[in-house]
Design a binder for this molecule. Structure first.
Ligand code: GDP
Length: 441
Protein backbone atom coordinates (compact mmCIF):
# COMPACT_ATOMS: atom_id res chain seq x y z
CA UNK A 1 0.00 0.00 0.00
CA UNK A 2 1.40 3.35 -1.05
CA UNK A 3 4.80 1.68 -1.06
CA UNK A 4 6.33 3.39 -4.05
CA UNK A 5 5.02 6.86 -3.10
CA UNK A 6 6.23 6.32 0.41
CA UNK A 7 9.70 5.38 -0.77
CA UNK A 8 9.99 8.40 -3.04
CA UNK A 9 8.78 10.86 -0.41
CA UNK A 10 11.20 9.45 2.09
CA UNK A 11 14.03 9.96 -0.38
CA UNK A 12 13.04 13.61 -0.80
CA UNK A 13 12.94 14.14 2.95
CA UNK A 14 16.25 12.37 3.43
CA UNK A 15 17.86 14.86 1.08
CA UNK A 16 16.27 17.75 2.98
CA UNK A 17 17.41 16.39 6.31
CA UNK A 18 20.95 16.15 4.98
CA UNK A 19 21.06 19.94 4.73
CA UNK A 20 21.45 21.97 7.87
CA UNK A 21 19.84 25.13 6.57
CA UNK A 22 17.27 25.34 3.81
CA UNK A 23 16.82 28.00 1.15
CA UNK A 24 13.67 28.79 -0.76
CA UNK A 25 15.21 26.99 -3.70
CA UNK A 26 15.79 23.85 -1.63
CA UNK A 27 12.10 23.83 -0.74
CA UNK A 28 10.99 24.41 -4.31
CA UNK A 29 13.27 21.66 -5.62
CA UNK A 30 11.96 19.29 -3.00
CA UNK A 31 8.38 20.19 -3.89
CA UNK A 32 9.06 19.43 -7.54
CA UNK A 33 10.07 15.94 -6.51
CA UNK A 34 7.05 15.56 -4.23
CA UNK A 35 4.85 16.63 -7.14
CA UNK A 36 6.37 14.02 -9.42
CA UNK A 37 5.99 11.33 -6.78
CA UNK A 38 2.31 12.18 -6.31
CA UNK A 39 1.65 12.21 -10.04
CA UNK A 40 3.39 8.87 -10.43
CA UNK A 41 1.16 7.57 -7.63
CA UNK A 42 -1.74 8.50 -9.93
CA UNK A 43 -3.08 11.29 -7.75
CA UNK A 44 -5.43 13.61 -9.64
CA UNK A 45 -3.48 16.42 -11.34
CA UNK A 46 -5.53 19.26 -9.90
CA UNK A 47 -5.28 17.80 -6.43
CA UNK A 48 -1.50 17.57 -6.77
CA UNK A 49 -1.26 21.16 -7.97
CA UNK A 50 -3.29 22.51 -5.05
CA UNK A 51 -1.37 20.37 -2.61
CA UNK A 52 2.03 21.56 -3.82
CA UNK A 53 0.94 25.20 -3.85
CA UNK A 54 -0.33 25.05 -0.29
CA UNK A 55 2.73 23.25 1.05
CA UNK A 56 5.18 25.52 -0.76
CA UNK A 57 3.43 28.63 0.48
CA UNK A 58 3.46 27.43 4.07
CA UNK A 59 7.01 26.09 3.95
CA UNK A 60 8.54 29.20 2.43
CA UNK A 61 6.66 31.56 4.71
CA UNK A 62 6.98 29.66 7.93
CA UNK A 63 9.39 30.39 10.73
CA UNK A 64 10.77 27.22 12.02
CA UNK A 65 10.01 26.16 15.56
CA UNK A 66 13.05 26.38 17.75
CA UNK A 67 12.99 22.77 18.78
CA UNK A 68 12.80 21.33 15.27
CA UNK A 69 15.18 21.42 12.36
CA UNK A 70 13.94 23.16 9.21
CA UNK A 71 13.65 19.89 7.32
CA UNK A 72 11.43 18.46 10.03
CA UNK A 73 9.29 21.55 9.83
CA UNK A 74 8.77 21.11 6.11
CA UNK A 75 7.94 17.45 6.66
CA UNK A 76 5.40 18.46 9.29
CA UNK A 77 3.71 20.78 6.79
CA UNK A 78 3.58 18.03 4.16
CA UNK A 79 2.20 15.70 6.80
CA UNK A 80 -0.53 18.13 7.89
CA UNK A 81 -1.61 18.72 4.31
CA UNK A 82 -1.62 15.02 3.62
CA UNK A 83 -3.88 14.45 6.63
CA UNK A 84 -6.24 17.05 5.15
CA UNK A 85 -6.07 15.39 1.78
CA UNK A 86 -7.01 12.07 3.32
CA UNK A 87 -10.04 13.52 5.09
CA UNK A 88 -8.93 15.47 8.16
CA UNK A 89 -10.94 14.63 11.25
CA UNK A 90 -14.15 14.04 9.44
CA UNK A 91 -14.07 10.27 8.97
CA UNK A 92 -16.22 8.78 11.72
CA UNK A 93 -19.26 6.69 10.89
CA UNK A 94 -22.42 8.45 12.08
CA UNK A 95 -24.87 6.56 14.22
CA UNK A 96 -28.49 7.67 14.27
CA UNK A 97 -29.54 9.36 17.52
CA UNK A 98 -32.69 7.22 17.39
CA UNK A 99 -30.56 4.18 18.23
CA UNK A 100 -31.37 2.51 14.91
CA UNK A 101 -28.96 3.21 12.04
CA UNK A 102 -29.28 2.29 8.40
CA UNK A 103 -26.25 2.04 6.13
CA UNK A 104 -26.88 1.76 2.43
CA UNK A 105 -23.99 0.19 0.55
CA UNK A 106 -23.62 1.27 -3.07
CA UNK A 107 -20.97 0.76 -5.72
CA UNK A 108 -20.08 -0.83 -9.01
CA UNK A 109 -20.05 -4.57 -9.52
CA UNK A 110 -16.78 -6.11 -8.41
CA UNK A 111 -15.83 -3.21 -6.18
CA UNK A 112 -16.17 -5.48 -3.15
CA UNK A 113 -19.58 -4.26 -2.02
CA UNK A 114 -21.00 -7.56 -0.79
CA UNK A 115 -17.78 -8.62 0.92
CA UNK A 116 -17.52 -5.22 2.55
CA UNK A 117 -21.12 -5.32 3.75
CA UNK A 118 -20.19 -8.50 5.63
CA UNK A 119 -16.94 -6.98 6.93
CA UNK A 120 -18.78 -3.91 8.17
CA UNK A 121 -21.35 -6.08 9.93
CA UNK A 122 -18.51 -8.01 11.58
CA UNK A 123 -16.79 -4.81 12.69
CA UNK A 124 -19.97 -3.32 14.12
CA UNK A 125 -20.82 -6.59 15.83
CA UNK A 126 -17.40 -6.47 17.50
CA UNK A 127 -18.34 -3.04 18.81
CA UNK A 128 -21.36 -4.58 20.51
CA UNK A 129 -23.96 -3.71 17.87
CA UNK A 130 -26.56 -6.05 16.42
CA UNK A 131 -26.56 -5.60 12.64
CA UNK A 132 -28.86 -7.15 10.06
CA UNK A 133 -27.70 -7.55 6.47
CA UNK A 134 -30.37 -6.95 3.83
CA UNK A 135 -29.95 -8.36 0.32
CA UNK A 136 -31.31 -5.99 -2.29
CA UNK A 137 -29.32 -7.12 -5.33
CA UNK A 138 -32.25 -8.84 -6.97
CA UNK A 139 -30.70 -9.10 -10.41
CA UNK A 140 -28.18 -11.74 -9.54
CA UNK A 141 -29.50 -14.61 -7.36
CA UNK A 142 -25.84 -15.45 -6.78
CA UNK A 143 -25.41 -12.07 -5.10
CA UNK A 144 -28.14 -12.83 -2.54
CA UNK A 145 -26.58 -16.22 -1.85
CA UNK A 146 -23.17 -14.56 -1.49
CA UNK A 147 -24.49 -12.14 1.13
CA UNK A 148 -26.07 -15.02 3.02
CA UNK A 149 -22.78 -16.91 3.00
CA UNK A 150 -20.90 -13.83 4.19
CA UNK A 151 -23.47 -13.23 6.95
CA UNK A 152 -23.11 -16.78 8.18
CA UNK A 153 -19.33 -16.47 8.17
CA UNK A 154 -19.41 -13.47 10.49
CA UNK A 155 -22.32 -14.74 12.55
CA UNK A 156 -24.96 -12.10 11.75
CA UNK A 157 -28.48 -12.47 10.36
CA UNK A 158 -29.37 -11.81 6.75
CA UNK A 159 -32.74 -10.75 5.32
CA UNK A 160 -33.37 -12.07 1.82
CA UNK A 161 -36.36 -12.66 -0.41
CA UNK A 162 -35.65 -14.69 -3.55
CA UNK A 163 -39.19 -14.28 -4.92
CA UNK A 164 -39.62 -10.51 -4.84
CA UNK A 165 -38.44 -8.57 -7.83
CA UNK A 166 -38.62 -5.13 -6.31
CA UNK A 167 -35.47 -3.89 -4.59
CA UNK A 168 -37.23 -0.93 -2.96
CA UNK A 169 -39.86 -3.18 -1.37
CA UNK A 170 -37.24 -5.61 -0.08
CA UNK A 171 -35.25 -2.73 1.40
CA UNK A 172 -38.31 -1.36 3.21
CA UNK A 173 -39.41 -4.77 4.46
CA UNK A 174 -35.90 -5.63 5.55
CA UNK A 175 -35.58 -2.41 7.52
CA UNK A 176 -38.99 -3.01 9.14
CA UNK A 177 -37.95 -6.55 9.99
CA UNK A 178 -34.78 -5.21 11.61
CA UNK A 179 -36.69 -2.66 13.66
CA UNK A 180 -39.28 -5.11 14.92
CA UNK A 181 -36.67 -7.73 15.75
CA UNK A 182 -34.45 -5.54 17.89
CA UNK A 183 -31.60 -5.10 15.51
CA UNK A 184 -29.93 -1.73 15.96
CA UNK A 185 -28.31 -1.56 12.55
CA UNK A 186 -29.47 -2.40 9.02
CA UNK A 187 -26.85 -2.78 6.31
CA UNK A 188 -28.50 -2.72 2.90
CA UNK A 189 -26.53 -4.34 0.07
CA UNK A 190 -27.77 -2.84 -3.21
CA UNK A 191 -27.24 -3.96 -6.78
CA UNK A 192 -24.15 -2.94 -8.71
CA UNK A 193 -23.53 -2.61 -12.42
CA UNK A 194 -20.39 -2.75 -14.46
CA UNK A 195 -20.86 0.93 -15.30
CA UNK A 196 -22.98 3.70 -13.92
CA UNK A 197 -26.31 3.93 -15.73
CA UNK A 198 -29.58 5.72 -15.27
CA UNK A 199 -31.55 2.63 -14.35
CA UNK A 200 -29.20 1.84 -11.49
CA UNK A 201 -29.19 5.39 -10.21
CA UNK A 202 -32.99 5.61 -10.34
CA UNK A 203 -33.28 2.45 -8.28
CA UNK A 204 -30.77 3.70 -5.71
CA UNK A 205 -32.51 7.07 -5.44
CA UNK A 206 -35.83 5.25 -4.89
CA UNK A 207 -34.33 3.04 -2.15
CA UNK A 208 -32.75 6.10 -0.55
CA UNK A 209 -36.02 7.99 -0.35
CA UNK A 210 -37.90 4.91 0.90
CA UNK A 211 -35.58 3.94 3.76
CA UNK A 212 -33.83 7.26 4.52
CA UNK A 213 -30.44 5.78 5.38
CA UNK A 214 -28.31 7.25 8.16
CA UNK A 215 -25.41 7.08 5.73
CA UNK A 216 -24.87 6.05 2.14
CA UNK A 217 -21.49 4.36 1.88
CA UNK A 218 -19.90 4.11 -1.53
CA UNK A 219 -17.63 1.11 -1.98
CA UNK A 220 -14.71 1.91 -4.28
CA UNK A 221 -11.98 -0.33 -5.64
CA UNK A 222 -8.66 1.42 -4.96
CA UNK A 223 -6.94 -0.57 -7.71
CA UNK A 224 -8.99 1.24 -10.37
CA UNK A 225 -7.19 4.50 -9.56
CA UNK A 226 -8.67 7.64 -11.09
CA UNK A 227 -11.64 5.67 -12.48
CA UNK A 228 -12.67 5.14 -8.87
CA UNK A 229 -12.54 8.88 -8.32
CA UNK A 230 -14.77 9.47 -11.36
CA UNK A 231 -17.22 6.86 -10.09
CA UNK A 232 -17.28 8.62 -6.71
CA UNK A 233 -17.98 11.95 -8.34
CA UNK A 234 -20.88 10.49 -10.34
CA UNK A 235 -22.43 8.70 -7.36
CA UNK A 236 -22.09 11.81 -5.23
CA UNK A 237 -23.67 14.06 -7.84
CA UNK A 238 -26.51 11.75 -8.77
CA UNK A 239 -27.33 10.06 -5.47
CA UNK A 240 -25.42 11.88 -2.77
CA UNK A 241 -23.05 9.88 -0.58
CA UNK A 242 -21.85 10.33 2.99
CA UNK A 243 -18.66 8.36 3.02
CA UNK A 244 -16.42 6.03 1.10
CA UNK A 245 -15.11 2.58 1.81
CA UNK A 246 -11.93 2.11 -0.17
CA UNK A 247 -11.38 -1.59 -0.84
CA UNK A 248 -8.33 -3.52 -2.02
CA UNK A 249 -5.89 -1.03 -0.57
CA UNK A 250 -3.77 -4.06 0.26
CA UNK A 251 -3.11 -4.59 -3.44
CA UNK A 252 -2.79 -0.94 -4.37
CA UNK A 253 0.84 0.12 -4.43
CA UNK A 254 0.10 3.57 -5.82
CA UNK A 255 -2.69 4.99 -3.68
CA UNK A 256 -3.86 7.68 -6.12
CA UNK A 257 -7.57 7.10 -5.57
CA UNK A 258 -7.30 7.26 -1.78
CA UNK A 259 -5.33 10.49 -2.01
CA UNK A 260 -7.65 12.19 -4.50
CA UNK A 261 -11.18 11.23 -3.62
CA UNK A 262 -11.81 13.51 -0.64
CA UNK A 263 -10.49 16.58 -2.45
CA UNK A 264 -12.59 15.84 -5.54
CA UNK A 265 -15.87 14.81 -3.92
CA UNK A 266 -15.66 16.43 -0.50
CA UNK A 267 -16.61 13.06 0.99
CA UNK A 268 -14.20 11.23 3.30
CA UNK A 269 -12.97 7.67 3.30
CA UNK A 270 -14.36 6.05 6.44
CA UNK A 271 -13.07 2.50 6.14
CA UNK A 272 -10.32 0.72 4.26
CA UNK A 273 -10.48 -2.84 2.93
CA UNK A 274 -7.11 -4.47 3.48
CA UNK A 275 -7.67 -8.03 2.31
CA UNK A 276 -10.19 -10.68 1.39
CA UNK A 277 -10.84 -12.00 4.89
CA UNK A 278 -13.82 -10.81 6.91
CA UNK A 279 -11.63 -9.16 9.52
CA UNK A 280 -9.71 -7.15 6.92
CA UNK A 281 -11.62 -3.91 7.27
CA UNK A 282 -9.96 -1.03 9.12
CA UNK A 283 -11.40 2.20 10.37
CA UNK A 284 -9.68 4.84 8.26
CA UNK A 285 -7.60 7.34 10.22
CA UNK A 286 -6.14 10.03 7.93
CA UNK A 287 -3.40 10.94 10.42
CA UNK A 288 -2.20 7.39 10.81
CA UNK A 289 -2.38 6.81 7.08
CA UNK A 290 -0.38 9.98 6.40
CA UNK A 291 2.23 8.82 8.90
CA UNK A 292 2.47 5.49 7.17
CA UNK A 293 2.82 7.11 3.77
CA UNK A 294 5.56 9.41 5.00
CA UNK A 295 7.29 6.46 6.73
CA UNK A 296 7.15 8.31 10.02
CA UNK A 297 5.31 5.93 12.28
CA UNK A 298 3.57 8.46 14.44
CA UNK A 299 6.63 10.54 15.12
CA UNK A 300 4.77 13.77 15.84
CA UNK A 301 2.91 12.38 18.82
CA UNK A 302 6.16 10.79 19.87
CA UNK A 303 7.95 14.15 19.77
CA UNK A 304 5.15 15.74 21.78
CA UNK A 305 5.21 12.97 24.34
CA UNK A 306 8.99 13.17 24.56
CA UNK A 307 8.83 16.93 25.06
CA UNK A 308 6.39 16.40 27.90
CA UNK A 309 8.31 13.61 29.59
CA UNK A 310 11.92 14.55 29.04
CA UNK A 311 13.68 17.10 31.15
CA UNK A 312 15.23 19.55 28.67
CA UNK A 313 18.32 20.22 30.76
CA UNK A 314 19.01 16.57 31.27
CA UNK A 315 18.53 16.01 27.55
CA UNK A 316 21.15 18.61 26.75
CA UNK A 317 23.61 17.08 29.17
CA UNK A 318 22.93 13.71 27.67
CA UNK A 319 23.52 15.04 24.18
CA UNK A 320 26.91 16.37 25.25
CA UNK A 321 27.82 13.05 26.77
CA UNK A 322 26.71 11.22 23.67
CA UNK A 323 28.85 13.42 21.46
CA UNK A 324 31.89 13.07 23.61
CA UNK A 325 31.18 9.37 23.95
CA UNK A 326 30.98 9.53 27.73
CA UNK A 327 27.60 7.87 27.86
CA UNK A 328 27.47 5.41 30.76
CA UNK A 329 25.11 2.76 32.04
CA UNK A 330 24.00 5.31 34.60
CA UNK A 331 22.79 7.55 31.79
CA UNK A 332 21.23 4.54 30.12
CA UNK A 333 19.21 3.89 33.27
CA UNK A 334 18.19 7.53 33.40
CA UNK A 335 17.00 7.32 29.80
CA UNK A 336 14.98 4.22 30.53
CA UNK A 337 13.21 5.99 33.35
CA UNK A 338 12.36 8.92 31.12
CA UNK A 339 11.11 6.68 28.35
CA UNK A 340 8.88 4.89 30.83
CA UNK A 341 7.33 8.23 31.70
CA UNK A 342 6.15 8.53 28.10
CA UNK A 343 3.61 5.73 28.45
CA UNK A 344 3.15 2.04 27.84
CA UNK A 345 5.71 0.42 25.61
CA UNK A 346 3.12 -0.77 23.12
CA UNK A 347 2.10 2.81 22.45
CA UNK A 348 5.63 4.11 22.12
CA UNK A 349 6.77 1.32 19.82
CA UNK A 350 3.83 1.82 17.50
CA UNK A 351 4.89 5.43 17.02
CA UNK A 352 8.48 4.73 16.12
CA UNK A 353 9.15 5.17 12.42
CA UNK A 354 10.54 2.26 10.49
CA UNK A 355 9.18 -0.36 12.85
CA UNK A 356 6.45 -2.40 11.29
CA UNK A 357 4.73 -4.71 13.72
CA UNK A 358 3.18 -7.84 12.32
CA UNK A 359 0.63 -9.91 14.22
CA UNK A 360 0.43 -9.98 17.97
CA UNK A 361 3.45 -8.61 19.74
CA UNK A 362 3.92 -9.45 23.40
CA UNK A 363 4.35 -6.02 24.95
CA UNK A 364 4.11 -7.40 28.47
CA UNK A 365 7.32 -9.25 27.72
CA UNK A 366 8.85 -5.95 26.61
CA UNK A 367 7.81 -4.22 29.81
CA UNK A 368 9.32 -7.11 31.78
CA UNK A 369 12.53 -6.80 29.82
CA UNK A 370 12.75 -3.10 30.70
CA UNK A 371 12.23 -3.92 34.37
CA UNK A 372 14.94 -6.53 34.15
CA UNK A 373 17.39 -4.05 32.64
CA UNK A 374 16.57 -1.59 35.38
CA UNK A 375 17.13 -4.22 38.07
CA UNK A 376 20.47 -5.27 36.58
CA UNK A 377 21.81 -1.71 36.40
CA UNK A 378 20.53 -1.03 39.91
CA UNK A 379 22.54 -4.01 41.17
CA UNK A 380 25.78 -2.61 39.80
CA UNK A 381 28.19 -0.47 41.79
CA UNK A 382 28.77 3.11 40.73
CA UNK A 383 32.17 2.16 39.28
CA UNK A 384 30.65 -0.64 37.26
CA UNK A 385 28.02 1.68 35.80
CA UNK A 386 30.69 4.20 34.84
CA UNK A 387 33.01 1.63 33.33
CA UNK A 388 31.35 -1.67 32.42
CA UNK A 389 34.69 -3.06 31.22
CA UNK A 390 35.60 -3.91 34.83
CA UNK A 391 32.64 -6.28 35.09
CA UNK A 392 34.33 -9.71 35.18
CA UNK A 393 32.63 -13.09 35.66
CA UNK A 394 32.44 -12.95 39.44
CA UNK A 395 30.95 -9.44 39.29
CA UNK A 396 28.47 -10.69 36.68
CA UNK A 397 27.41 -13.52 39.03
CA UNK A 398 26.94 -11.03 41.85
CA UNK A 399 24.91 -8.65 39.69
CA UNK A 400 22.72 -11.49 38.41
CA UNK A 401 22.06 -12.71 41.97
CA UNK A 402 21.33 -9.19 43.18
CA UNK A 403 18.86 -8.46 40.40
CA UNK A 404 17.17 -11.84 40.34
CA UNK A 405 18.37 -12.44 36.78
CA UNK A 406 20.93 -14.69 35.12
CA UNK A 407 24.51 -14.14 33.96
CA UNK A 408 23.21 -14.44 30.39
CA UNK A 409 20.82 -11.55 31.06
CA UNK A 410 23.72 -9.45 32.32
CA UNK A 411 25.82 -10.37 29.30
CA UNK A 412 22.99 -9.48 26.95
CA UNK A 413 22.55 -6.07 28.50
CA UNK A 414 26.28 -5.32 28.34
CA UNK A 415 26.34 -6.30 24.67
CA UNK A 416 23.28 -4.15 23.92
CA UNK A 417 24.95 -1.24 25.60
CA UNK A 418 28.14 -1.66 23.55
CA UNK A 419 26.09 -1.92 20.33
CA UNK A 420 24.24 1.23 21.26
CA UNK A 421 27.45 3.12 21.90
CA UNK A 422 28.75 2.05 18.53
CA UNK A 423 25.58 3.34 16.89
CA UNK A 424 25.82 6.63 18.75
CA UNK A 425 29.31 7.09 17.38
CA UNK A 426 27.87 7.13 13.88
CA UNK A 427 25.25 9.69 14.85
CA UNK A 428 27.68 12.01 16.57
CA UNK A 429 29.21 13.35 13.38
CA UNK A 430 29.04 17.12 12.85
CA UNK A 431 26.30 17.17 10.21
CA UNK A 432 23.98 15.34 12.56
CA UNK A 433 24.72 17.80 15.31
CA UNK A 434 23.81 20.94 13.39
CA UNK A 435 21.02 22.83 15.06
CA UNK A 436 19.63 26.27 15.60
CA UNK A 437 17.07 28.78 14.57
CA UNK A 438 16.43 29.17 10.90
CA UNK A 439 15.15 31.88 8.57
CA UNK A 440 14.98 31.94 4.83
CA UNK A 441 17.42 34.41 3.29
P1 GDP B 1 -19.31 -6.82 -5.41
O1 GDP B 1 -19.59 -7.28 -6.79
O2 GDP B 1 -19.09 -5.36 -5.36
O3 GDP B 1 -20.31 -7.27 -4.40
O4 GDP B 1 -17.89 -7.43 -5.01
P2 GDP B 1 -17.53 -8.67 -4.12
O5 GDP B 1 -17.86 -8.42 -2.70
O6 GDP B 1 -18.07 -9.91 -4.75
O7 GDP B 1 -15.93 -8.65 -4.23
C1 GDP B 1 -15.25 -8.81 -5.46
C2 GDP B 1 -13.87 -9.41 -5.18
O8 GDP B 1 -13.05 -8.49 -4.48
C3 GDP B 1 -13.93 -10.65 -4.29
O9 GDP B 1 -13.04 -11.61 -4.80
C4 GDP B 1 -13.46 -10.16 -2.95
O10 GDP B 1 -12.85 -11.16 -2.19
C5 GDP B 1 -12.48 -9.09 -3.34
N1 GDP B 1 -12.26 -8.06 -2.31
C6 GDP B 1 -13.18 -7.28 -1.69
N2 GDP B 1 -12.60 -6.43 -0.84
C7 GDP B 1 -11.26 -6.67 -0.88
C8 GDP B 1 -10.11 -6.11 -0.22
O11 GDP B 1 -10.18 -5.18 0.59
N3 GDP B 1 -8.91 -6.63 -0.57
C9 GDP B 1 -8.78 -7.63 -1.48
N4 GDP B 1 -7.55 -8.06 -1.76
N5 GDP B 1 -9.82 -8.16 -2.12
C10 GDP B 1 -11.06 -7.71 -1.83
Amino acid sequence: MFSSLSEKLQDVFKKLRGKGKLTEKDIKDAMKEVKLALLEADVNYKVVKDFINTVTQKAVGEEVLESLTPAQQVIKIVYDEMVNLLGGNDTKLTFSPSGFSIYMMVGLQGSGKTTTAGKLAALLKKQGKKPLLIACDIYRPAAIKQLEVVAEKVGVSCYADYDKKDAVKIAVEGVNFAKSNRFDIAIVDTAGRLHINEELMNELVAIKSAIKPTEILLVLDAMTGQDAVNVAEAFNNQLGIDGIIMTKLDGDTRGGAALSVKAITGKPIKFAGMGEKMEDLEVFYPDRMASRILGMGDILTLIEKAQEAIDQKKAEELEKKLRSMQFTLEDFLDQLKQIKKMGPLSQIISMIPGIKLKGDVDFDAGEKELKKIEAIINSMTKEERQDPSIINSSRKRRIAMGSGTTVQDVNRLLKQFEDMKRMMKQFSNPSFAKKGKFKFP
